[in-house]
Design a protein. Structure first.
Length: 397
């Protein structure tokens, strides 16, 4: 999304740096519009470095492109954080005395403000009246929080934390088209034990599956997440999902069958081992055990094909295919796999030493039941998750 972040002249401007970082990290195109007073707290080079876009405060810059209205016209979302008492008053009065003011008047995008000021200023009847006016016009207000303020004071008026503001702002523009829908997601990579200390595994970090789970929750779904060997730092991004840890393919299959019994949508994003060791050693295999051991493998059950075969009428089954092929061969393999598995949608992505696994971005092609590519999504794993869920929502419609 094209997001404009307005930063005004309060000490909480330093928090807005992290807010912009979060938005950029999520793959959004962020343009910061600071006021002159805001630059007294955080300098222009910082905003340009964090946003990766040029920053100006003047309506007289970039005149040929009519920048003083162009930002507002292009915006998908506008966030003002911190929003001082002066800023709220200017917005309520419709003043356009600077670039932020003209941007706010020129936009038709949702506007989110995060107030920040001392308690007395926040509680003043003028500020309360301005907030009421802005809410009547459809402006979304996040906070303020109750807590420590500058000068040793404490009370309502503290700007909310950047994570809370980002979550609330993005929720404004995200569709809630999965309200009342139960979505089961598998993520991560299974591990097949060799002995008590070794296993056969893969490089999946679980980032893509967790992003899908979180995106589904943000769209209103109740999410059941089967997490196969995912680091806690990654799993923390799942948010309000019911998480069940699993280890092997057998454990994952058992959990996903239980999830599928109550799910409307099943997304198998986990990297599942095709094979397991036929006989798992009771003790650690060592060189003293008799030289180089020979591992006899046996095939694991096909969890995805089983879920597709047993699906209820109306239930949507989504599979993933990680392939090292490229171009036409990638899609040819995807078609064969979709037909073999019998799924409603198949997301295929190219993986390699530096692609797909353990990275922050991804690209998927989504095939439908007619083997047509209905989505080609690239970007951050959250953007890919949103693109996949658009295809799921369209199919359900």
């Amino acid at each position: 999304m094209f997001i404009v972040v307005g930063v005004t002249g309060g000490i909480a401007a330093y928090k807005a740096v992290h807010l912009v970082r979060l938005l950029v990290g999520a793959g959004h195109d962020v343009h910061v519009v600071p006021t002159e007073e805001a630059l007294r707290f955080v300098g222009l080079p910082t905003w340009e470095a964090i946003s990766r876009n040029p920053v100006t405060t003047s309506v007289h810059d970039d005149v040929p492109r009519v920048r003083h209205v162009a930002l507002g016209q292009r915006a998908d979302l506008v966030i003002v954080a911190p929003a001082t008492a002066t800023t709220l008053a200017s917005m309520a009065a419709g003043l356009a005395s600077d670039l932020l003011g003209t941007t706010l008047l020129a936009t038709k995008a949702p506007v989110v403000v995060a107030p920040a000021m001392h308690t007395e200023m926040w509680r003043h009847p003028a500020t309360m009246a301005n907030i009421a006016t802005l809410k009547e016009r459809g402006v979304h207000v996040v906070g303020p929080a109750d807590g420590p303020l500058t000068g040793g004071d404490s009370g309502p008026g503290r700007m909310c934390e950047p994570e809370e503001i980002v979550a609330a702002a993005l929720a404004v523009v995200r569709p809630r088209d999965l309200e009342g829908v139960v979505v089961a997601v598998s993520a991560g990579g299974t591990r097949e034990p060799i002995d008590p200390v070794r296993y056969i595994g893969n490089r999946s970090s679980g980032k893509q599956g967790v992003a899908i789970a979180r995106a589904a929750a943000d769209r209103g779904a109740t999410v059941l997440l089967a997490a196969a060997n995912i680091e806690q730092a990654v799993l923390a991004e799942a948010g309000p999902c019911e998480v069940t840890p699993v280890g092997s393919a057998a454990e994952l299959g058992e959990v996903m069958r239980g999830f599928a019994a109550q799910a409307d949508v099943v997304v198998m994003a986990a990297a599942v081992a095709d094979f397991r060791v036929k006989e798992v050693a009771d003790g650690k295999l060592t060189k003293e055990s008799g030289g180089i051991p020979t591992l006899e493998l046996t095939e694991n059950e096909d969890i995805l094909a089983g879920l597709a075969a047993d699906r209820r009428p109306g239930q949507v089954i989504v599979g993933f295919a990680a392939e090292t092929a490229r171009g036409a061969e990638l899609l040819e393999r995807a078609v064969r796999k979709r037909r073999r598995k019998g799924v409603d949608l198949l997301a295929v992505n190219e993986v390699g030493w530096e692609k797909g696994f353990e990275t922050g971005d991804n690209r998927i092609f989504v095939l439908d039941a007619h083997d047509e590519v209905v989505a080609d999504v690239a970007g951050s794993k959250r953007e890919v998750a949103d693109g996949l869920l658009e295809a799921v929502a369209a199919l359900r419609r």
